[in-house]
Design a protein around this ligand. Structure first.
Ligand SMILES: *[C@@H]1O[C@H](CO)[C@@H](O)[C@H](O)[C@H]1NC(C)=O
Ligand SMILES: *[C@@H]1O[C@H](CO)[C@@H](O)[C@H](O)[C@H]1NC(C)=O
Ligand SMILES: *[C@@H]1O[C@H](CO)[C@@H](O)[C@H](O)[C@H]1NC(C)=O
Ligand SMILES: *[C@@H]1O[C@H](CO)[C@@H](O)[C@H](O)[C@H]1NC(C)=O
Ligand SMILES: *[C@@H]1O[C@H](CO)[C@@H](O)[C@H](O)[C@H]1NC(C)=O
Ligand SMILES: *[C@@H]1O[C@H](CO)[C@@H](O)[C@H](O)[C@H]1NC(C)=O
Ligand SMILES: *[C@@H]1O[C@H](CO)[C@@H](O)[C@H](O)[C@H]1NC(C)=O
Ligand SMILES: *[C@@H]1O[C@H](CO)[C@@H](O)[C@H](O)[C@H]1NC(C)=O
Ligand SMILES: *[C@@H]1O[C@H](CO)[C@@H](O)[C@H](O)[C@H]1NC(C)=O
Ligand SMILES: *[C@@H]1O[C@H](CO)[C@@H](O)[C@H](O)[C@H]1NC(C)=O
Ligand SMILES: *[C@@H]1O[C@H](CO)[C@@H](O)[C@H](O)[C@H]1NC(C)=O
Ligand SMILES: *[C@@H]1O[C@H](CO)[C@@H](O)[C@H](O)[C@H]1NC(C)=O
Length: 716
């Protein structure tokens, strides 16, 4: 097979400059990789990589071809126009791709093409609407049935930002909770899954011109939405024979902002939204716990079953997920629970090619590992992990019982490798830290972990420790103590472009990142123990992790420590500021945290506070004894004393910007050295690279001054 010649090859970048520490500019400009997607015969895989030029202020994105035999990588084409690719058609190299624009400027277009001859690309459909999330299947007659999603009007028509007519008034009016979410205001325009058919026509395909909306109109009270507003194509699937669609939507009979429950609906490809029926309507299956949020429906290879994962708590977003399958080729749905006692939360079910095994990934001891679960697994079955380090981004079947896995680690932004389904014969095809200039010198030796005893859990808790470049254990380094958000979540062995431990360490710190109460991956009890205890258990745990480090690590200078955290980590920073523990730090950093828990009902996902503060807000919340009151950082404002850097962004609707302003104003009024950084165009996260560079520069200036790493005469 002959490929188009590449102008450059990643694997050829062997001669790396001697860059030995990673800095914010390097981190932010370095390649960002998608997961690698194999072709049907497993000969090669496609993935995108994109980088950034500080000179031009532009990012550049390409599709790469990875030879799965040799590991050779070559550029296939620009990714600016081709946003998604699905392998489908007569040859193992045949593809259908999504072009993010069309000739009318009101939507997208679909092209058939061949990876081996990109010049053969043929326009097959032009679609009005902001579509993405392409899935496709070949029918018995050789047609291609495809799915996409877009926002849609209540009448079912797909929405196009480019041609939408703006109303004359900007007023927004709401009659029920859930007015906004994450970084946008909700409107009558909601996401829906659409299907269309490309009819086989000689060597090519013709498109009839009509799309079916399978979602809008399945109910007329609170109308359905799929994918859910922040989710994508993982919320729906097309059966391999092209005849059936499964999608999930939140329970249409419950108020959206205080329940997380969602169900999987099944609809024939040639049906409409009116034909959609729930597979797991609450109370309809033999498992009474099947009440909460559903995720990731996936059809079996023979199209007869759907697998998905589902939580139990109807209004909890961090409950344990359980893997289920249902038969979908008969009159009733026969639902089966797999490995129901397994104390982990599996996600992204992938059926093996013989339909006998389901591969899932799950947070596990600070990693996110791939596990295999037989379709016959009883409740007491203990799934075995196939992968070890890292956090999995994607995994696909390859012929001969292998998987193609893409993951990241604290020391590498992307590893791509094959592994047997027994977890053997790992063969690396790409290791970003070995080919990307900015990551040169990074490796597993930069990272360690330790377990510490604490007074909140029977089990020991874990913390990551990340060393600076040129680390010498006979020297002393200031501590950067980083607390994670969530609180349900974890510090994982994964790459981050927002909180990259190695970038912090390479400023000259030893980074410690603990996984206290609420962390996921050590069993549901540790996660659930946070309820009603925001200011107690996790604080005690981070005190214990700190004391453990102090007793064991001579190479840390605890007199020059700083502490930082975002979201719940920002809350914890504000809480620490008001407690004796705060006096152990020379400086603190709060990114988009909570300053007054009494304001948290200004958030969007009310189910979160209702759960974490053990009930909805009422007048009792203003009094001692209520978690809202007891764990309020502002109660301890009189103790605030440590220099404090505050970041809060305008588009953060999770914790509104007033939380950051309140914190900064109080610090200033008290005369505590403090600085406020705000981005009008960022949400809970700082994503724009130029903004992120300012974020890093300003925070590092602050902490490096107070820790004594820099010789600056002022922190400002
Ligand atoms: C970024 O990627 C483009 C396209 O792959 C490549 O031509 C360019 O050299 C890369 N730039 C850097 C700084 O790596
Ligand atoms: C992969 O490389 C091998 C060895 O050079 C070659 O025979 C094969 O055709 C390549 N496969 C693809 C899909 O490029
Ligand atoms: C993508 O669509 C635009 C607009 O129709 C067209 O000009 C461009 O050639 C297409 N590119 C590819 C790679 O299909
Ligand atoms: C659906 O509603 C939108 C917005 O009001 C309108 O532009 C569109 O023409 C309607 N579609 C149909 C089929 O009525
Ligand atoms: C398109 O319309 C034709 C004729 O009404 C119908 O037979 C076909 O099922 C429709 N296809 C889709 C995908 O809605
Ligand atoms: C839903 O639609 C049906 C049929 O149009 C109608 O009878 C019913 O009253 C509607 N329900 C609500 C709550 O609007
Ligand atoms: C959910 O919201 C509804 C409507 O606001 C309210 O009546 C109900 O009590 C809430 N339920 C919970 C569990 O917060
Ligand atoms: C499975 O996880 C354990 C840690 O729990 C690890 O030691 C082991 O190497 C992993 N197995 C495989 C096959 O990667
Ligand atoms: C979780 O906590 C419950 C109740 O305290 C206890 O019965 C159970 O054994 C614990 N499970 C694990 C895995 O620790
Ligand atoms: C647990 O340990 C922390 C930190 O040492 C301490 O402040 C707290 O009082 C302890 N809690 C209990 C219940 O002993
Ligand atoms: C407020 O909510 C709490 C927790 O749900 C409950 O125990 C208490 O009785 C409520 N108080 C009032 C005044 O409704
Ligand atoms: C600070 O000054 C000391 C003493 O002059 C010097 O050794 C050190 O390299 C300086 N550090 C930085 C970060 O400039």
């Amino acid at each position: 097979m002959k490929w188009p010649t590449a102008s450059w090859a990643l694997a050829a970048l062997a001669a790396l400059p001697n860059v030995l520490a990673i800095d914010p500019k390097g981190l932010l400009a370095a390649n960002r990789y998608s997961g690698a997607q194999p072709n049907p015969t497993g000969e090669f895989a496609l993935f995108t990589s994109s980088n950034y030029s500080w000179d031009t202020g532009k990012s550049s994105s390409v599709w790469n071809v990875l030879n799965l035999t040799t590991g050779d990588i070559s550029v296939w084409g620009p990714a600016s126009e081709i946003s998604e690719i699905v392998f489908i058609g007569s040859k193992p190299t045949s593809i259908l791709y999504l072009n993010g624009s069309n000739e009318n400027g009101d939507g997208v277009s679909l092209y058939t093409s061949d990876v081996a001859s990109p010049d053969s690309a043929t326009l097959v459909a032009s679609l009005s609407g902001d579509f993405s999330g392409l899935k496709a299947a070949q029918t018995k007659s050789g047609d291609i049935n495809f799915l996409l999603y877009s926002k849609a009007y209540p009448n079912g028509t797909a929405y196009s930002e480019a041609t939408a007519v703006a109303p004359r008034s900007t007023a927004r009016i709401y009659e029920a909770i859930y007015a906004r979410h994450w970084d946008y205001w909700l409107s009558e325009v909601k996401q829906a899954v659409f299907g269309g058919a490309l009819t086989k026509n000689g060597d090519g395909y013709s498109y009839g011109g009509n799309l079916t909306n399978y979602v809008t109109g399945i109910h007329n009270v609170t109308y359905a939405e799929s994918p859910l507003d922040l989710n994508g194509a993982d919320d729906y699937d097309l059966s391999p024979d092209g005849t059936k669609i499964a999608f999930l939507t939140k329970d249409v009979n419950l108020p959206l902002a205080n329940f997380t429950s969602s169900q999987i609906y099944l609809v024939p490809f040639d049906g409409t939204a009116k034909d959609a029926v729930p597979i797991n309507a609450r109370g309809s299956t033999k498992y009474p716990e099947q009440q909460g949020a559903s995720a990731n429906p996936r059809f079996s290879p023979d199209s007869s079953k759907v697998a998905w994962t589902q939580q139990s708590g109807i209004s909890y977003e961090s409950d344990r997920s359980i893997l289920y399958t249902a038969k979908v080729d008969g009159d009733s749905f026969d639902v089966t629970r797999l490995a129901g006692d397994w104390d982990r939360s599996p996600a992204l079910p992938l059926w093996s090619q013989d339909g006998e095994t389901i591969f899932v990934d799950a947070p596990d001891l600070g990693r996110d590992r791939v596990f295999s679960v037989p379709v016959t697994a009883a409740d007491d079955y203990k799934p075995k992990n196939i992968t070890d380090e890292g956090v999995v981004a994607s995994f696909y079947n390859l012929p001969e019982g292998k998987l193609l896995v893409s993951d990241s680690k604290i020391w590498t932004s992307r590893d791509i490798y094959t592994v047997s389904t027994e977890g053997k014969d790992v063969k690396y095809l790409l290791q970003a830290n070995k080919v990307d200039d900015a990551l040169a010198g990074l490796g597993p030796e930069d990272v360690g972990e330790f377990y510490y005893s604490t007074n909140t859990s029977e089990i020991q808790q874990q913390a990551w420790i990340v060393y600076p470049e040129g680390f010498d254990k006979s020297k002393k380094y200031p501590l950067a103590y980083i607390i994670h958000g969530g609180p349900q979540g974890a510090h994982f062995n994964s790459w981050s472009t927002r909180w990259n431990f190695k970038v912090w360490a390479d400023q000259g710190y030893v980074v410690i990142a603990p996984n206290p109460t609420a962390s996921s991956g050590w069993g549901q009890n540790l996660t659930d123990a946070i309820q009603g205890r925001w200011g107690s258990y996790p604080l005690w745990d981070v005190v214990h992790a700190y004391e453990h480090a102090k007793a064991n690590f001579d190479f840390i200078d605890f007199d020059r420590a700083i502490e930082a955290g975002a979201s719940f980590g920002g809350y914890m920073t504000n809480w620490i500021q008001g407690h004796d523990f705060g006096r152990n730090f020379k400086a603190l950093v709060t990114h988009d945290g909570s300053t007054s828990t009494l304001n948290q009902y200004a958030s969007e996902e009310l189910w979160f506070m209702n759960h974490d503060f053990s009930g909805p807000f009422n007048s009792s919340s203003l009094k001692p004894g209520s978690p809202y009151y007891d764990w309020n950082p502002i109660n301890y404002v009189d103790n605030w004393a440590t220099p404090h850097f505050v970041v809060h962004n305008d588009l953060d609707f999770r914790l509104p910007v007033s939380e950051g302003i309140l914190l900064f104003n109080l610090l200033q009024v008290k005369g505590v050295p403090s600085k406020f950084l705000n981005f009008p165009d960022e949400n809970h996260w700082v994503l724009n690279r130029e903004n992120s560079l300012v974020w890093h520069t300003e925070i590092f200036k602050w902490i490096n001054y107070y820790s004594g790493i820099s010789n600056a005469t002022s922190p400002y």
